[in-house]
Structure formats: structure tokens, C-alpha cells
Design a protein around this ligand. Sequence first.
Ligand SMILES: [Zn+2]
Length: 502
Amino acid sequence: MRTTGSLASLALALPALVSAAKDCKPYVDAEKLQDLINLDDLLAGSQKLQEFADAHGGHRAFGSGGHNATVDYLYDTLVATNYFDVVKQPFTEIYADGKATLAVDGQSVPAGIMTYTPGGSATGPVVLVPGLGCTPDSFPAEVEGKVAMVSRGECTFGEKSRSAKAAGAAALIIYNNVPGSLSGTLGEAFGDYAPVVGISAEDGQAIVAALEDGEVTVDLQIHATVEERVNFNVIAETKGGDHDNVLVLGGHSDSVTAGPGINDDGSGIIGVLNVALALTRFRVKNAVRFAFWGAEEFGLLGSYYYIKQVNQSDVELSKIRAYLNFDMIASPNYIYGIYDGDGDAFNLTGPPGSDVLERDFEDFFDSMNLPHVPTEFSGRSDYAAFIENGIPSGGLFTGAEQLKTPEEAALFGGDAGVAYDVNYHLIGDDINNLNHDAFYVNTLSIANSVAKYAISFDSLEPVDVAKRHAAAERARLFKRTGVSSHGHSHSHSGPCGGNDKR
Ligand SMILES: [Zn+2]
């Protein structure tokens, strides 16, 4: 550097130099970023989520106290670094949840909830509907004020429930027409429905048989909530770096109502948060955007909402060079699953560049001498919104409700024939449900990826909007035709009942 200028101008320049020196952090380096990750921090963050759930009815479902506490914790922690521009992005969705109990002649019978059913209670004789109850006039007149019962079939649960209400029934029981229990959805919120539950074909047939001999009395209690709730995505982008070439990564901040969701997806968001905090010690060349999605468990709502906002223009969308998803990274009976970006294992190829993201994750695990397997882009986590917009996507997944194969047990240890996460979507997904090795290693892998792409996207081809559109069309077609198989899917079944509408 040449020294020029007078003493006076040097003095004037001094404050600027000092502040520049303060900002002059080293560029991020993969090794150094990983060195800042430690298991104690990951567990301390997980413990916080557990406490949020404990203080709010045992879960962190979207829009609930436990979820709002999670959102505030993420937001406040990231704002305090002064390293990110942080946004709490509100969106409104319908929350539905419920529980039902049914007693038939004093004997308890399992009753499945129908999403969007109104709450209510009804006691008294059951009236069997002779047909399938698809119109109000198919209900007999004596159903007025009583509990109606009808077989599943022909029309939707919503139509049966609406007809029951119009016919004056106090409540409706739908019994299955194939073996097994019955739950589902009425299809839309705030319909003009009678309170409704589903029961198994076996229990239904027993009631039908008993009705031939005389009266059957039921006591049905449905506690249900259907309401609009405001919910938040938390989005934190590095103030530094090239904002026209952005890495986006994230996980979902909500749980199901059944439990605290410490693996699903507490592990993903705590891993991502810890990498974000470590990154604040460094400078980046490309901006990094950390995303904590709301309402994933209710149908990937937060990520779709976000993409819809961004998608006002191709320009904003094309600034996203890659998306990395981390939904369940510490399953107790884990595998090291890497999303199958190149499609060689599961036949759905991610948008161009997804193969590179997969290979980069594979290189990391290879460098650690750790095994890994491809895991399917089943469309059941927040990457779906990105894939459907042609954005190269990747990520890690340690497995949900599906069973570990003998081959996987040989590779990773753990128990063959046992679910990767036996507590998936259950009350047992708590602070004791984490595999610490997997949690730590996967968070190192997140750090490795963030450091790599924060410095360079050279391994990815330049953005080609036409190619992205073509990939988006392929992904949407794949979704519409429902080709998706059942690989290592992370199946989110919707609010309370199943997804079946009829
Ligand atoms: Zn999840």
C-alpha cells in the first residue's frame, strides 16, 4: 500500500479505518466453522424447546403458546447478534385439532376425529341411516335431535356431516366400510356440519347387529378447535455477502400437537440456529438466509407461503442459488440420509444442481469415514416448495416412522425392524429422544455446507430460468400424478385425523 496524503487527511480517515478493522472478520472457513459447533450448545437449545412445550400443554403446534415461544426465541437470539437482518413473517392459517370419546351402551369404543368437525356432545339412542347419508332426505325423520349412524361410502365425510346437520341430527357416527379404524377430514373449515366421528367397520357392524335386537344408547363427546391463527416464519439473512446469490437453509419450527417435537423438528432448527450463531464470527461472500418455517406439520404452510411471497417475480426467486432442508437430524435409530438430488435411488431428480448438493453432502460424510444413504424427495417437508419452483435442493434426514432395514443396521448400527424414530409424532419425541452422535455430526455437516456455499457457488451451474421452469413443471407433474413411493418419507398426515375425505 502506498502512503500518500497529509497528516490531516490521515487523521480524518482514522475513525473509518478503525471501524473497517472491526468489521474485518476472516472469511468463513469450513473447519473453523465446524470447530465452533458443540454438543452442549445443541442440547441446551433442545432443552429450551422442551421447556416451551412443557409450559404450554406439552407441544409446540403452530400458533400455540409453545410455538410462539419458539418463534420468539429464534427471533430474539438472531436479532441479538446484530449480524442478520431478521424478519418475523406473519401468515394466517386455519388451526384444527380435536379429541373424541364414545361410549356405546356404557362400553368405550375408539372414535377417530374428523378434521374440521365442530365440537359437541350428544347422549341417547342411535338412529341407523338406511342409505349412505349423502343428502338430507336420506336421513329418517326420527334422527331429529339424535345421534345418527351411517356407513362410509359414495360421498365425502363432509357431505354426510352436512346432510346430518340439515336433517336435524345432533351428531353423526360414520363407520368404516373396510376393516380398520376411521378418521379423516371434512375437507374445509367452518362448514355447516354436525359433530362427527369415525369408528371401525367391526364396531359399526356390532352396533348395526345390536340395533336389530333393540335400542342402542351412545354417549359421544367431541372437543374440537377450529380457528384462524396467526403464525410466523422467522427469516434471518446475513447483512454481509452478495444478496443476489443467496444460500437458503432451514427447518420447521412447529411440532404436532401430540408431543414437543424435539427431534421433529427441534433438531433441525437447533442445528441450523447453532450454525447461524457460529457464522457471526466470520465474513461471507454470498449471503446466507436462515429460515425457520411455521406450520409445516399442517401441510408445509410456512414454506409455501414464503415462496409465494418471493415468487412475485422470477428475479427474486433466481437469487436463491440453493435450498438446504434439515427436518429430523437426530433420530434415535438414525441413518445418515441425504436427499436423492440426482434421482438415482428414487427416480425423482431434483432441479438441476440438486445432484451437486447431494454429492457435496456425500463428500462430507466420506471425509468423516461415515456411511450415508440416499433418502427420497417424497414431497413431505419444506423443500417441496423450492423443488416446485426449480430451485436446486438438498439436505439431511435421519428417518421417521419407517423401519430400519437389516442392511442399514449393518451400516449405521441400531436396530433393524425398528422405526428410525419410534417416537415420531408422539409424546415421547422429547429431550430424551435425540441421538447425540447424529445430532452433532449432522450439524457439522450443515456448518460445512454453509461455509462452502457462503464462499462460492462455483460448483453449481449459473441460474438458467428456463431450465428452472422446466424442472418446476416436472416436479409439479410428479406431485399431481402422485408417483411418490414410500421411501424414507417424513409423512405429515395433517392436523388431526387422516387426509381421507371419503
Ligand atoms: Zn418434520
